[in-house]
Design a binder for this molecule. Sequence first.
Ligand code: IVH
Length: 667
Amino acid sequence: MALASLEKKITDLRHLLHQYGYQYYVLDNPTVPDAEYDRLMQELIDLEAQHPELITPDSPSQRIGGQPLEGFVKVEHNIPMLSLANAFNEQDLREFDRRVRDGLALETVDYVCELKIDGLAVSLRYQDGLFQQGATRGDGSIGEDISQNLRTIRSIPLKIDETNTIEVRGEAFMPKKSFIRMNKEREEQGLELFANPRNAAAGSLRQLNPKIAAERHLDIFLYAVGEWQAGTIATHSERLTYLNKLGFKINQEWKKCQGINQVIEYVEAWIDKRNDLSYDIDGIVIKVDRLDYHDILKTTAKSPRWAIAYKFPAEEAVTKLIDVILSVGRTGVVTPTALLEPVQVAGTTVQRASLHNEDYIQEKDIQLNDAVVIKKAGDIIPEVVRVIREQRDETVRPFKMPDHCPSCGAELERLEGEVALRCMNPNCPAQLKEGLIHFASRNAMNIDGLGEKIVEQLYTYKLVHQVTDLYQLEREKLLELERMGAKSVDNLLRAIEASKSNSLERLLFGLGIRFVGVTAAKLLAIAFGEIEKIQQASYEELIAIDEIGEKMADSIVRYFSNEKVALMLEKLKQLGVNTSYLGVKPTSEKINAVFQDKTIVLTGKLKQLTRDEAKGKIEDMGGKVTGSVSKKTDLLIAGEEAGSKLSKAEQLGIDIWNEQQFVEKIE
Ligand code: IVH
């Protein structure tokens, strides 16, 4: 393609992706199917890989391109990021209103009410229309540069139609759905859970590797400005409207209120409605609308006098812990759940609450028949917060986690460094059932209609024991099951049949290999193309792939070394299940992202190519070759008779390849 038309193609793709992304992530109103968006993105990535000189920082492909950082750089806020004074009841609000009216010598004042998003305050700086830097609030004067992580938030525009320098401020947060999904995965993996979506958002934005933040599905609402060299605006409500027009995501529930009575009505309405939202709020923020009034009212050292935060009362309830029930997850993790006397918390009746694991029960000294305080973690998942010891009587008995699996009776193990107890029996019925549910789930083989209840039935009636059985189900047998009419049976069989043509990454994820999530499954599928190649891949080949770490590589090798797994995969193939990657094949340059932006040192004698040739190849693929080994080195390629550089790299724990590994990679 001629350069001019190629440039045009790239610009057009970026424009389309920008537009579709805005509709999807900011307006919550997608106009094209996800697959179309993915296809266009892949096309752009491929073109940019062929012509890296055409990559621009505002390209939609550049959201997750960053390399892990060694630490965060401090950022000074030229205009401090203040916090707000709090109000806890109607009287506090009326007093705030009186102070404002006195300060302005007015009878009544217009306010803007906004939801108080429970996340992490951040600032976004734009220069010449481009996203330039994003920072945390820190202590208000000095925060940290978390630009790389913020770029991964799809609703943050990388480019805006305003060339003056502006700094926009808002709240980054984790939607409830992402929080639940993430903690569920962490629980399965025996990892520590995040207490609520706010901690999860903060933890994600403090990751040095932007790829982790990218997987956490964060979002943002903007509600204030810092430095503002653009035109003057008279009111806060006009400012919100202007920010919205520039493409920023503004929370649409804001309302202009005339006088404090309307403010109180707004606050009261949200006390009832707060639990219906898909994200957490912890109160309402009330701001004087006219910006010239802000200048008159001024700020104290800590907070502006023209705004206040109304804080919702905490939603907790006391009830009795009747029993502890145990469930066994897909990976054998045994999770205790408290069975409670039903109680109302945050708008719903709660009868069960998570106890997480043995350590949690011990730390909080939770016993059977205890009076316990229940809270919804992030107002979603009920959790036992503490015990009311003063209410203990003689009926209270300690609870001990079992030594044996409640499903199959096998002895439970506690793996080193994990908080969870695990059943290690691969034939444990609870694990098999959970494994089948996972296999059929939406991000895996996506078999519509094959949920928990049906799997339970299929398992109980011995129609399905492992995944291969799903592809051998007989219509007649299914018709004999309870509540299975001809129509549901046919739909189920059709969905199972359709799943045979899924691309490899769905199958890989569905197998439930420890640590292999949706993203890793896709990477593996793209890199290897066929399941056989993954089965044969060595630990070294696996960790050579960007983003596949040691733990995951080890788990993959271990999984595929199991003979039963090999037999199962062979059987799946015989039954017609596709085991190849069917998505868009990225160009070779993309696969060699291994070298992109990496600092590489060559040492020793190379036999198959000269030093200069090797250097040229690495540079062609976006890497940098340097002369000496340091902490910044990503990879050492060691030929024969390598000496001090090799030992230094070993000391520093840097990846080391021999010449053959390097040649295979570039080929
Ligand atoms: S305005 C100078 N608006 O609440 C005023 N803050 O307790 C700056 N927050 O640090 C803040 N939602 O992190 C404002 N709609 C909203 C907000 C909001 C959440 C947070 C923010 C701030 C804290 C103050």
